[in-house]
Design a protein around this ligand. Sequence first.
Ligand SMILES: Nc1ncnc2c1ncn2[C@@H]1O[C@H](COP(=O)(O)OP(=O)(O)OP(=O)(O)O)[C@@H](O)[C@H]1O
Ligand SMILES: [Mg+2]
Length: 343
Amino acid sequence: MDRAGLSRVIAVINVKGGVGKTTVAANLGGLLAASGYRVLLVDLDPQGNLGEELGYSGTEVDDGGRALALSMTTGAPLSPVPDVRPGLDVVTGGPELDPAAAHLVLAAQADPQAAKRSLIGLLGETAPDYDVVLLDCPPGQEPLQQAALAAARWALIPVKTDASSRKGLRDVARRLDTVLDLNPDLDLLGVLLFGVNRGAHRVIESARAAVAEDLGDDAPVLRTTIRHVEAAAQEARDRGLLVHELEEAVMAAPAWWQIRRGTPAGDGPRSRSVLGLAEDFQALGSEVIERIGAAEQAEESAGAGDGRAAGVDRGAAAVDLSAREEQGGDRQRRTRPDVLQGA
Ligand SMILES: Nc1ncnc2c1ncn2[C@@H]1O[C@H](COP(=O)(O)OP(=O)(O)OP(=O)(O)O)[C@@H](O)[C@H]1O
Ligand SMILES: [Mg+2]
């Protein structure tokens, strides 16, 4: 099976709900797109929360997942909504995915391997049009999760640091195991500690130890952690803005002293805590690109000339953002010129 076109497919996954999967998929995808990468986000969740995160929920592009469900049941090519943000296309999810997921459950009873393979062909056709593809996985829906993992090159696992998240981690480890026969390329991009209280060093250290115990000593825990700032996260979702977009809006809003001097406050964004959160996502973007770039370079030097070289070459060219910008590439940086300069 030629998986070269899938070499940049990242499943954002955890068996546990509410651990930041959608927030991470949306913000990582949005930041990479703002930095000039062509990004596809696929909402595999019948909850359709990605639409709230990106602000298209209830608009005319929100089909509740109908097109994706149709693709999954008939094999019709995916039809992403173009330019939800510049450079960011989205395959929308939502409740229409429920019947497709039920169909997958039945298919898995008849032929488990075929059900697991159900996204490989669809993404294999579409992923080569993009530099990065992020799959926002539902918390339950085992067959959908398995289909995502079978098509992905990478798994990115957001986890919270509370005790109950431990069990989720063991479950997700088992789920990764269930597709390895079909997808030996699947690798752990990293475990991302999400919603971490600043300064909680001991909590972070014990979470790292828990990851090593449940996923193995060599399981990578990302350097980056995403801080807990409920007000900013809530405001971003309520306004349908990504964190870096909310940050820009907050920076542009009048400061308290301007308001005192007579500038109307309006109902503009006000969660200044978003500034630190935006830094965390920026660091996440850099670390993800760094890790994928390092893996691709290692594969390239190890396997020059083998079947995966084409995908690796395409990837390596896209990783070096600064070099491409200097060459005046046709893709311009968009809203935040400095987004991934650390990469
Ligand atoms: N940095 C943050 N600090 C605190 N809360 C956050 C932060 N980022 C997001 N949240 C909130 O955490 C909740 C869960 O986030 P999210 O929807 O991304 O998780 P999920 O894993 O996708 O959930 P589900 O399993 O239901 O799909 C949301 O209400 C979101 O607003
Ligand atoms: Mg979600």
